[in-house]
Design a protein around this ligand. Sequence first.
Ligand code: VGL
Ligand code: ZN
Length: 214
Amino acid sequence: MEWGLAMKISDRDVLLVIDVQNDFCTGGALAVPGGEKVVPAINRIAQKFANVVLTQDWHPSDHVSFAVNHAGKQPFQTIELDYGSQVLWPTHCVQGTAGAEFHGELDVTRASLVVRKGFRRGIDSYSALFENDHRTPTGLLGYLRERELKTVFVAGLALDFCVRFSAEDARKAGCEVVVIEDACRGIDLDGSVAAAHRSFVELSISVISFEAFL
Ligand code: VGL
Ligand code: ZN
């Protein structure tokens, strides 16, 4: 990775595009404010990368993260599960539904890999690398290692959940990690966007603007 006015991207760099799916965009089941606004930025950035990986939130309808599957619970409440605390969400990104499809304007043609996550009924997966028990691998870390991809640029939805967890896990696994802040949007539950920024500082995760690519 080389820093300059216009950033130079190498063959060891990968753009990790998190969950740019209809349900996280305006009108979707778990709409992130301005979620679709990341699409033109990501399309433009992706042209600079030889390596692009997409993630796709991909839940069964009886998933443990859905409030509707817990009697008396409402979306955005938190419960304790055997792997830790879990926010309960509106039903979203159900396997095979239109809400789980990528945003129609996201340019997916150059992606070499799509990582689906959250497909086991009993466990959520915010991170692209490990499920929410922080132990069960998705396989992405093996892919990055085998392909010798060292620096992970992260963009997408939502900044304070799946982008944050993915960036943290990649950093803890020894990658250099760069979050492209204005190619992300957050949900912001109880200060979760500010908490994400504190974590990025603590873990030496770089935060840059989309402008660095222009
Ligand atoms: C996400 C909540 C539930 C995300 C996914 O993509 O950030 N957030 N599922
Ligand atoms: Zn989800």
